[in-house]
Design a protein around this ligand. Structure first.
Ligand code: ADP
Ligand code: MG
Length: 346
């Protein structure tokens, strides 16, 4: 994908030259970042706060496909996906480290694109890049990001705190990233058959963006704090709603009932799913990669939240023995199954 562009061999810069070149634009903004890039370890100071740490590993061909994922988007998404885990603990993310493995097919210009996306995400979400590691790889691109954040001790929200009677809420809308991916896959196949045909993505911008440029829901964490709501449990929707609901149910030892007609699905997601012969509800339940926040609140907190259009109550928690259920539009009870994406099911 870099054939027609300028190509500077990474070997010309050397490892230290490359790190310096890639990271020179990044600024340190947080007081908690005592020392960033440049020594053997970064130094952080969070005083009395609880420190949150989360890591993701992304491998080319397993987690992303550079045929339709531009490198800048990949850099942006890799950071967002990671921040999302900190937000899912009801925390604020402040720092990341970025480690990369690069095969010889990547010229400097490609790595610059990747870092442009990383920089964009850092600027937009006020994140300090405080370190990382750089290595060559035999095949393809490897990225591992670690994000660091904080929360007050009484404000950290685990998956395990949901109680019977709590309301189950989700931010934004669901299924878009999955349906967007189906469109990108379709266009990739058409392109492979006939490289002269331009991809037809018209009118699909929202769902393509949901797939290529997801946004961690920092705004929801801020909103909950403003409304003085501490969710009883929370998780981010990375593998698919059904799978995340089951995580909350298992770890909280409760059951849950959700209602199909309450699931927030964007009209473009709905129509495109239908166009592709997919069931929009299944896309919302099992699609994954939406990076919305799924959380439970006490019924007493509902009043504070009920006017917020970006949060939908989709059901409530029941007792453990009742299991995780969905009531369909035609009033049929379905058991929720975790059919989310599984890293080991290739
Ligand atoms: P070490 O040999 O101790 O691992 P390095 O030479 O790999 O140190 O790294 C030097 C500095 O640059 C360290 O602060 C490290 O965290 C940072 N760094 C290395 N690679 C990256 C990268 N890909 N992105 C951001 N910072 C990096
Ligand atoms: Mg190193």
């Amino acid at each position: 994908m870099f054939e027609n562009k300028e190509r500077t061999d990474l070997a010309l810069l050397g490892e230290f030259g490359l790190i310096k070149h890639l990271t020179s634009n990044f600024k340190i903004n947080h007081e908690s970042s005592v020392k960033g890039i440049g020594d053997d370890a970064a130094v952080l100071n969070f005083e009395q706060k609880q420190v949150l740490v989360s890591t993701d590993l992304l491998l080319e061909g397993i987690h992303f496909d550079l045929a339709y994922m531009p490198l800048m988007h990949l850099g942006y998404k890799a950071v967002q996906v990671n921040l999302s885990d900190i937000y899912a603990m009801n925390g604020m993310a402040t720092q990341i480290t970025v480690s990369i493995g690069l095969s010889s097919k990547f010229p400097l210009e490609a790595v610059e694109e990747l870092y442009k996306g990383i920089e964009l995400a850092c600027n937009k979400f006020n994140i300090d890049l405080i370190g990382g590691d750089t290595s060559s790889s035999k095949q393809g691109l490897v990225i591992s990001i670690t994000s660091i954040g904080y929360a007050e001790k009484n404000e950290v929200v685990y998956r395990s705190g949901a109680q019977e009677g709590d309301l189950l809420c989700v931010s934004g809308d669901l299924g878009g990233a999955y349906v967007g991916l189906q469109i990108l896959e379709r266009e990739k196949l058409i392109f492979l058959e006939n490289p002269n045909i331009q991809p037809d993505l018209e009118g699909k911008d929202y769902i393509i963006e949901r797939q290529l440029k997801p946004e961690g829901r920092k705004d929801i964490v801020s909103l909950l704090s403003q409304l003085e709501i501490i969710p009883t449990s929370m998780i981010d929707v990375s593998d698919g709603l059904a799978s995340e609901i089951i995580h909350i149910c298992t770890q909280s030892e409760v059951g849950c009932t959700i209602y199909e007609d309450k699931l927030p699905i964007d009209p473009m997601t709905y129509e495109t799913a239908r166009e592709l012969g997919l069931d929009p509800t299944v896309c919302a339940l099992n699609g994954g990669e939406d990076y919305e926040l799924l959380f439970t609140i006490k019924q007493a907190d509902y009043e504070k939240l009920k006017h917020d259009v970006d949060v939908t109550v989709i059901g409530h928690m029941t007792d453990k023995a009742s299991g995780a259920k969905m009531i369909s539009k035609s009033n049929v009870v379905h058991e929720l199954k975790a059919q989310g994406w599984n890293a080991f099911k290739l």
